[in-house]
Design a protein. Structure first.
Lengths: 590, 303, 311
């Protein structure tokens, strides 16, 4: 019997090893560069239609896998049917958007292992894109862009170089790019109606913010159900925003690896190694010791934070600016009968020192990538379409869907002017219209491969729009930062313009050159995760200390712990990445 | 079982009282979260986000259920789920039981090897990607067969059934053998019926496993053609989890984030999906429960 | 005489061979199934010794030997991780193992069949409530404004609210309670079916011997289901390194990580999420080997002590 068992196991293992040797795919031929020139593709000629697209004689057909969206294929297909047909009829372009109900990275790994991936992949992480590229699955894009994608080249400018590999070859693109037009990032915000009632001035420094919060809590100790109120609570970041917002005000830059103080030579110091870091810790710790922070802030998740805020348990917020919208008047405007427009959180930015705050970082090339795989048969046609997608017309269609005068979202007059309708403006009384109309009737965001979301092209403001846009809808695309006219911006639904305009300023910093993506086999990958984990847990100990001395002690303990985990290696890697990106940006390749 | 030969002492009665009190406490602790989910599911979504729902809905609505039950493809998903449960459970129990029976036949030379090999198989696995590639080669992707063929023999169930069979009198099988029946017939005609209690218990576990499965659907049948109910509903659930992850780090309120934010489903919707999936199980369960809660009498041996 | 014996042996042998042949057919079929669905994909284990990237063909240049295994021990926290895993599993294997058995017996003692059925049904409802919901309910319950703290302050056990979820030392208790609460009813199903299969004659014999209610349980019912109990226990020891995953990620907070990080969560966060697949496969392999060894070991001990064995 034992002999039988042994024989059986040996045979079986041998069988499985034999199948193993056949596993792993043959690398696809990576150099399909000849498709750009050798296939006899001719650029379409003729007059562009009223949307700036030259309609080809034969239908252009392509499909792409949107790996960032885990939506249901059938549902989505039904929703975007109208857009699909529009493109087919007016543009002679047949686009299929492939979706899977699964985490994109998981599905991409399965596709890569099994060799059954589609011709274009959108929304993949940089790491996954590199994996495909290293295995020779992606087409080289230099010639394609040169011949068919001039808009993309001019739109991305020097940032395109950041996507090139060390030899200067381009294999991946970004699925969106541009400057952000948000003028707030991680902010201090406070309940406007309570502030008005209290008669206090709007805060303009850390100290006065503290004073305002303390006074407001004293004046409003409970909500209408008798529950205790606090200064602020944490949203999903479990308290990490308590250091991120103040550091932003002090000019620290936030990158994917952490927050840093940047000196004049672009040399960085990690925030735990700076004095300002300790000062911020003491500042927040004071709130804690005075009972102004929700004691359960660590265990809050998104839903309970929203509930906490909308139940009026906090008078202020330190953190991401739109959190105080979803938890505040996002709920109140929809559920209260006679909602007073002043019952909302307002964000106020101030310059305490002469350092320019850095409240929101802009990553010009965003973090998702687009590749054309070696299964792509008509890269030239696809590139031509992408080139159009990045024009203003492409962006308009992407964000607003099918132009349809009836539904009052937007329409195009014969002379090419875009007319936006009432439903374009997102006002409190029409909270649902925009969503219903845009999603269901106009199929907005049906296809989005490369359209820069913020119309960062050089053009005169409102050139194509009639009537000129007085109110800017925060949620949809708005003119880029250069043309942002503060007097006419109304991020908070077109009311109290002067309040908003007076108190918020655009403090955006360019974080693009600071982006670094570590490969899985780099040591820095685990170090970064370690650092992230430990900052999260140690920071909580720092701010919940019982006394300023204990706070300082915990802060130094945190600093030591991080250094022992390899903080120096990480900072070096970050610095190196910045320097390399800078070189790349200027076009210096090896 | 209240046998008449058990004496009714005072200690016995006190114990009964304590037992019942304990049970009532148990019922309360166990039922509350489930009840809470029911309450939340019957509450209006936006109102439910404010929290504070405990015993009774605040703003009653059937909207969440209507939304789910009017999902397109719901009927097909339910059909696939039911078919999967029936086919999967029946085949798994039958074949696991067959292997179990064979391992209890002491005079069969390979009976121990069979058992050892299957037990060890419970602890090792080749991993997701090799399995996926192999299934791809076998042509099991985008099929219904992938739901039950790879699960045909469950080593854990096999062990439990074998243990149960070992507890049955040997004379059962022996007398049939003397009569000239072959082993397969013995298994089907004699052993299986005697194993009703353990089979009923395992049927529940196996059925619930199939009913709740979504991972293999997602990996092997991604096109949605063979979606089970859980997979269909998971689509509703996963959107909110994934989006909350994304929203966690998003500082900018771009159009895309907003479009995604509006897809986050409310607590009430998620609770309703839990109910839709669980209530059928609760309704079907008693039919199986009666086989192991009352017990059957093992009496027919001598006859 | 001799010829008679050999003739009889011949018939018996032929009969036995015929019987065995039928069984051999099934056995071979079962083995083939096993080879197809278990053995062939098993080559994936070899990835643990390479720097494996999905899609990239394996070749000797990516061979790293035991590096992926060493990586687990290079992390200074591995001791905590192992400690947490063993403690949480240990609690599950002790309290968490005995509890359903006791509950099954308690159910069995209920007189009213309908009450028994309803209670047992309700007892497994938590199994179907997802961990997300359980964690959310427990978070509210244990928060500083939650019922638990309110009660404890009213009864004077403490002055300030206790951070049950934010202080690590409570974690083991909380997760064990949650695990038991969620699984106990479901786990009674198997034990109830085992009790249901006990031969009635044994009860009658016990009654003749003068056994009371407790005696029935201790002398008849418990020994009768002991094989089942042992089986489940031995098989569970193989899972001692699986101490949970979802519960830790949901109930655990940043400040209590030293108490909740177990092997599975660590492999997920530092292996799969960071794209280090070989690493996660290597740790998985270690777990498999240890699990299998433990099962064999525990079985051996069981055989020595109780003469019962599952292999």
């Amino acid at each position: 019997m034992k002999k039988f068992l042994a024989l059986f196991l040996v045979l079986a293992l041998a069988l499985s090893m034999m199948t193993a040797c056949g596993k792993g795919n043959d690398s696809g031929n990576g150099d399909s560069n000849d498709t750009a020139n050798g296939k006899g593709y001719t650029k379409p000629e003729g007059e562009p239609n009223k949307y700036g697209w030259i309609v080809p004689k034969e239908t252009i057909k392509f499909s792409y896998y949107d790996s960032a969206d885990p939506a249901d294929q059938k549902e989505e297909d039904e929703r975007i049917q109208i857009m699909h047909d529009f493109y087919l009829n007016e543009f002679n372009v047949d686009i299929t958007r492939i979706l899977y109900n699964q985490d994109g990275t998981e599905r991409l790994n399965l596709m890569l292992a099994g060799g059954n991936y589609p011709e274009m992949i959108v929304g993949m992480t940089d790491v996954m894109a590199e994996q495909f590229i290293h295995q020779g699955r992606a087409l080289q894009l230099d010639d394609l862009l040169e011949n068919y994608g001039q808009n993309i080249i001019s739109g991305m400018g020097g940032y395109l170089n950041l996507l090139r590999n060390d030899k200067g070859e381009l294999y991946k693109l970004s699925d969106s790019w541009g400057n952000t037009t948000d003028n707030r990032g991680r902010d201090f915000s406070v309940r406007y109606d309570l502030l008005q009632k209290s008669g206090l001035k709007v805060y303009d420094s850390f100290e006065s913010f503290h004073n305002v919060v303390k006074t407001l809590v004293e004046q409003n100790p409970t909500n209408s159900s008798g529950e205790k109120t606090y200064g602020f609570t944490a949203f999903t970041n479990k308290g990490e925003e308590f250091y991120q917002a103040p550091l932003g005000y002090l000019g620290f830059l936030g990158t994917s690896t952490g927050y840093y103080k940047v000196d004049a030579d672009d040399k960085i110091t990690h925030w735990v190694d700076t004095e300002e870091g300790l000062e911020v810790a003491q500042y927040i710790n004071r709130f804690w010791r005075e009972g102004l922070i929700d004691p359960d802030f660590q265990t809050k998740d998104y839903d309970s934070s929203v509930a906490f805020m909308s139940n009026e348990r906090v008078v202020a917020n330190i953190g991401t600016w739109w959190h105080s919208y979803v938890g505040g008047h996002g709920v109140w405007s929809a559920t209260e009968e006679d909602w007073d427009m002043n019952k909302r959180f307002i964000n106020v930015t101030f310059e305490e020192t002469d350092v320019t705050p850095a409240l929101i970082g802009n990553n010009y090339i965003r973090s998702n990538r687009v590749i054309l795989t070696d299964k792509c048969k008509n890269p030239e046609e696809i590139m031509t379409f992408l080139n159009w997608e990045t024009t203003q017309w492409g962006q308009a269609f992407t964000a607003m869907g099918v132009p349809d005068g009836e539904n009052k979202l937007w329409t195009v007059k014969d002379d090419g002017t875009i007319v936006v309708g009432d439903y374009y403006f997102y006002t409190p009384t029409t909270t649902d219209f925009n969503k219903d109309i845009a999603e269901e009737k106009n199929a907005n965001w049906a296809y989005h491969i490369m359209a820069p979301a913020y119309m960062a092209l050089d053009r005169e403001p409102n050139e194509h729009y009639a009537p000129p846009i007085e109110q800017i809808n925060l949620w949809d695309f708005i003119p880029d930062e250069k043309t942002l006219d503060m007097d006419r911006v109304a991020p908070d639904f077109a009311f109290d313009l002067d309040v908003v305009a007076r108190y918020t300023k655009p403090y955006v910093y360019d974080a693009t050159l600071w982006t670094v993506n570590f490969a899985p086999e780099d040591a820095e990958t685990t170090i970064l995760q370690d650092i992230k984990d430990n900052i999260a847990s140690e920071w909580i100990k720092v701010i919940t200390a019982d006394s300023p001395e204990a706070c300082e002690k915990n802060f130094n303990a945190m600093k030591e712990k991080l250094h022992s985990l390899g903080l120096d290696t990480l900072v070096e890697a970050q610095q190196k990445a910045y320097n390399e990106n800078k070189e790349k940006f200027e076009g210096n390749f090896q | 079982m209240r046998e008449s030969y058990i004496k009714d002492t005072t200690a016995s009665r006190i114990f009964d009282v304590f037992n019942i009190m304990l049970m009532l406490l148990l019922i309360f602790i166990m039922v509350y979260p489930f009840w809470n989910q029911l309450v939340v599911s019957l509450n209006e979504g936006a109102d439910g986000q404010k929290g504070g729902l405990y015993w009774w809905p605040r703003v009653f609505t059937l909207q969440n259920y209507i939304y789910i039950l009017s999902s397109k493809n719901l009927l097909r998903a339910v059909g696939v789920s039911v078919l999967r449960v029936v086919v999967g459970t029946v085949t798994c129990l039958f074949f696991s039981g067959l292997v179990a029976y064979i391992t209890t036949i002491k005079w069969f030379s390979a009976h121990r090897v069979l058992r050892v090999v299957f037990v060890l198989s419970m602890y090792f696995s080749g991993g997701l990607i090799p399995t996926y590639l192999w299934f791809m080669k076998l042509g099991l992707l985008e099929t219904f067969s992938v739901y039950w063929i790879p699960g045909l023999i469950n080593a854990y169930y096999m062990m439990l059934i074998a243990s149960y069979i070992s507890g049955l009198p040997d004379s059962l099988a022996e007398s049939a053998r003397l009569d000239g029946a072959n082993e397969t017939k013995i298994y089907i005609r004699i052993i299986l019926p005697m194993c009703l209690p353990v089979m009923a218990a395992l049927a529940i576990m196996c059925a619930v496993g199939h009913w709740n499965s979504w991972f293999d659907v997602m990996i092997y049948n991604p096109s949605g053609k063979w979606n089970t109910l859980q997979m269909l509903l998971r689509d509703i659930l996963i959107k909110s989890e994934k989006l909350q992850e994304l929203m966690k780090d998003a500082t900018s309120g771009s159009g895309q984030v907003k479009a995604m934010a509006q897809r986050i489903t409310t607590n009430s919707m998620r609770a309703a999906t839990t109910m839709v999936v669980t209530l059928p199980i609760v309704f079907v369960y008693p039919y199986f429960q009666k086989y192991f809660i009352k017990g059957i009498s093992v009496g027919a041996v001598k006859g | 005489m001799m010829s008679n014996i050999s003739f009889r042996r011949g018939t018996a042998f032929k009969k036995r061979f015929r019987k065995e042949r039928e069984l051999w057919v099934w056995t071979i079929l079962a083995m083939i199934w096993l080879v197809i669905f278990f053995l062939i994909p098993l080559y994936g284990i070899s990835y643990a010794f390479f720097n494996y990237v999905p899609g990239r063909k394996l070749s000797m240049e990516y061979f790293v030997g035991l590096e992926n295994f060493r990586a687990f021990f290079k992390n200074p926290n591995w001791i905590h991780i192992l400690r947490n895993t063993l403690i949480i599993s240990g609690l599950n294997l002790s309290i968490g193992f005995v509890a359903p058995i006791i509950l099954a017996f308690l159910f069995d003692e209920l007189a009213n069949i309908n009450f028994k059925r309803v209670t047992q049904t309700i007892s497994y409802l938590p199994y179907f409530v997802s961990w997300v919901v359980v964690a959310s309910i427990m978070t509210t319950f244990l928060s500083s404004e939650g019922i638990m703290n309110e009660m404890m302050m009213k009864l004077g056990f403490t002055e300030k609210p206790i951070g049950f979820l934010t202080e690590g030392k409570y974690f083991y208790g909380i997760i064990t309670f949650a695990n038991i609460w969620k699984g106990i009813g479901w786990q009674t199903i198997l034990y109830m079916s085992a009790i249901a299969g006990i031969d009635q004659e044994l009860y009658q014999a016990g009654a003749v011997d003068g056994l009371g209610r407790f005696g029935m349980v201790w002398r008849i019912k418990l020994p009768s289901i002991l094989p089942t109990i042992l089986l489940i226990f031995i098989l569970s020891t193989g899972s001692v390194l699986n101490a949970g995953f979802e519960q830790q990620l949901l109930l655990g907070q940043e400040s209590t990580r030293d108490y909740w990080e177990v092997i599975d969560t660590y492999v997920y966060r530092y292996g799969i999420q960071l794209g280090r697949y070989s690493f996660s496969i290597a740790v998985g392999l270690m777990k498999s080997v240890i699990g299998a060894v433990l099962v064999v070991l525990t079985n051996h001990i069981s055989r020595k002590l109780t003469d019962m064995s599952i292999l």
